[in-house]
Design a protein. Sequence first.
Length: 94
Amino acid sequence: MSRHSARSYAYERLRAEWLWSADHGWRCHLCGRQVHPDVPPQSSAAPTVDHLLPPSSGHDPLDTPHWRLAHRGCNSRRSNAPVVEPTRGATRRW
């Protein structure tokens, strides 16, 4: 288990730097729509970090390669469920 909680100073600082780095393209990885950085943090459209490997399951919250950008609402709806990505190039639903 990590010695860093998801609310530690180190986490909050790294999270803020990552969110504003714009390396993620400002698209929600869950719904595909654009994420606007100037949305109030309480809004369901606010930018958040989605942990593909959730800290609640014992994973390190500072493991940035497993971070993805998501709207607060999309991230809340997903909760700890696994991310399911559609198969690219599929022509039929089986």
